[in-house]
Design a protein around this ligand. Structure first.
Ligand SMILES: Cc1cc2nc3c(=O)[nH]c(=O)nc-3n(C[C@H](O)[C@H](O)[C@H](O)COP(=O)(O)O)c2cc1C
Length: 195
């Protein structure tokens, strides 16, 4: 499969990093963009120096020639065009700021344009918000996008599989994303009930 992924500046950058890692590891092609705010959150959550974006990408997903990273300011990137076919589009995590812009249809950067393309081409689109609590405006934005065809998949890990590590909880959410994309090989629990 060929998947377009955007990582934006909500907490839970690990969800995005792991989604891309699983896709690449499964032999899928990934076109990736990362918002400027996501790099800041990455610095806070992962303790890495994000001055050189290309180097960060190389460090996080090294050794994969099926990854194409595009700067979020590059609205001429492949994922900005409906002429380039993708099997799915994922924004993970999806900040509420990005959600608001997506709901309004203001494609201000490559993330916005990517989602605009996914929607106009009627492609599978998965948005993974992480915020708590939600304001009415956030809920209305998500409802608007859901009605327009997006799958709202909140970063809400379950506990019934008795996670022992943060990675287990991240895998739960990533597994749900891959399930929505129709990918058989995925991390996390395979079903419920487990006993
Ligand atoms: C450390 C940190 C954590 C943040 N956590 C969240 C969050 O969980 N959810 C969210 O929607 N925004 C969060 N934000 C705020 C967004 O990064 C901010 O709204 C930003 O403008 C989003 O930009 P983007 O949508 O272009 O990535 C966080 C910011 C920082 C610095």
């Amino acid at each position: 499969m060929k998947i377009a992924v955007a990582i934006t500046g909500a907490s839970g950058i690990a969800y995005g990093v792991t989604t891309v890692r699983e896709l690449l590891g499964g032999g899928h092609s990934v076109d990736l963009t990362i918002s400027d705010s996501a790099f800041l959150v990455m610095e806070a959550e992962m303790g890495i120096n994000v001055k050189d974006k290309e180097q960060v990408v190389a460090q996080l997903w090294q050794g994969h020639d099926n990854l194409c990273y595009c700067d979020s300011g590059n609205v001429a990137a492949p994922m900005a065009s409906g002429s380039n076919a993708y099997d799915g589009y994922v924004v993970v995590p999806c900040s509420t700021g990005t959600m608001g812009r997506l709901s309004a249809g203001t494609s201000e950067n490559l993330v916005g344009r990517m989602v605009e393309v996914a929607m106009k081409e009627r492609c599978k689109l998965i948005l993974v918000p992480r915020e708590t609590p939600y304001s009415t405006i956030m809920l209305e934005n998500m409802t608007h996008l859901s009605r327009a065809g997006a799958i709202i998949l909140p970063a809400s890990p379950g506990f019934y599989h008795c996670p022992e590590t943060i990675a287990d909880m991240v895998d739960f959410v990533v597994g749900r994303i891959l399930l929505q994309l129709g990918i058989e090989e995925r991390p996390g629990p395979s079903g419920w009930p487990l006993v």
